[in-house]
Ligand binder design. Structure first.
Ligand SMILES: C[S@@+](CC[C@H](N)C(=O)[O-])C[C@H]1O[C@@H](n2cnc3c(N)ncnc32)[C@H](O)[C@@H]1O
Length: 244
């Protein structure tokens, strides 16, 4: 019998295969990360700036997908960028678009990097697809590869957030359908896992809090205009590896 991790990774690969069968490649690659390519990319960058991102930051992007954040950072980013994902098709696409950045396909549990090698790590909409055990393993890996004082941004779906509840209802309604896993949590549980993985919790922000400074005005695919200060949609945390 395949392991739970193998099944989860296969579900995501099958999800991307379905999108590629139904859409042109660019559209499929945008849908694979949840659409709203430019608007969410801008807000993700804004969140990372609140966690300390500068153009010289060495950044680890776990679950980078087809490169929404990489596209946003682009040539302005001078530090190292490493994007990881379990789906070869999205990594192939991201690598084609951003030959100056590094990308790798992983097993979904490990980070192929030495200890103390990044300033900042991010998990945008990644622990939202993983059981707590797998999320915990990845947080341990992030704590390992971050330098002392390094930051980590994690977005999550909250059972207690009224704006996330319809997503939970839809997830519950489709539990019998073949699709990728959606994981909801309570912020206190995620904070506990992060602390056990070696982080201090620096900031916790609800998904509907408009606190993210962004440059410019964007329009999401559903027509919503995004201005500064923006909301991410998913809730998020800034974690910090304690300085030695
Ligand atoms: C909703 S997308 C978000 C992509 C990207 N972080 C963004 O915000 O644009 C979730 C991504 O996480 C990837 N993923 C799922 N499980 C993973 C794991 N265990 N390790 C790394 N990536 C994973 C999926 O393949 C998918 O590309």
């Amino acid at each position: 019998m395949p392991s739970l991790m193998d099944r989860l990774n296969d579900e995501y690969r099958a999800h991307v295969d379905r999108l590629l069968a139904e859409h042109d490649r660019d559209t499929a690659m945008a849908l694979a990360v949840g659409a709203h390519w430019e608007a969410v990319g801008a807000v993700e960058e804004g969140v990372l700036r609140l966690a300390g991102l500068t153009p010289d930051t060495d950044l680890l992007d776990v679950g980078c997908g087809s490169g929404r954040l990489a596209a946003r950072l682009g040539a302005r980013h001078r530090g190292r960028y490493l994007g990881l994902d379990v789906v070869p098709a999205v990594i192939e696409y991201a690598r084609e678009q951003h030959p100056d950045f590094e990308f790798a396909v992983t097993d979904g549990l490990s980070v192929p990097a030495p200890d103390d090698s990044f300033d900042l790590a991010c998990f945008f909409s990644v622990l939202t697809h993983l059981p707590h055990e797998a999320g915990y393993r990845l947080l341990q890996e992030a704590a390992r590869v971050l330098r002392p004082g390094g930051g980590c941004v994690v977005s999550f779906l909250e059972l207690a957030e009224p704006n996330h509840w319809p997503i939970f209802e839809a997830t519950a309604a489709s539990i019998g359908v073949a699709r990728h896993h959606n994981q909801f949590t309570h912020r206190d549980d995620l904070a506990l896992l992060a602390e056990r993985a070696g982080f201090a919790v620096e900031r916790v922000v609800g998904g509907w809090e408009h606190v993210v400074p962004i440059d410019g005005t964007y329009t999401r695919d559903d027509g919503e205009v995004v201005t500064s200060p923006a909301r991410l949609g998913q809730s998020w945390m800034i974690l910090r590896r304690p300085a030695d």
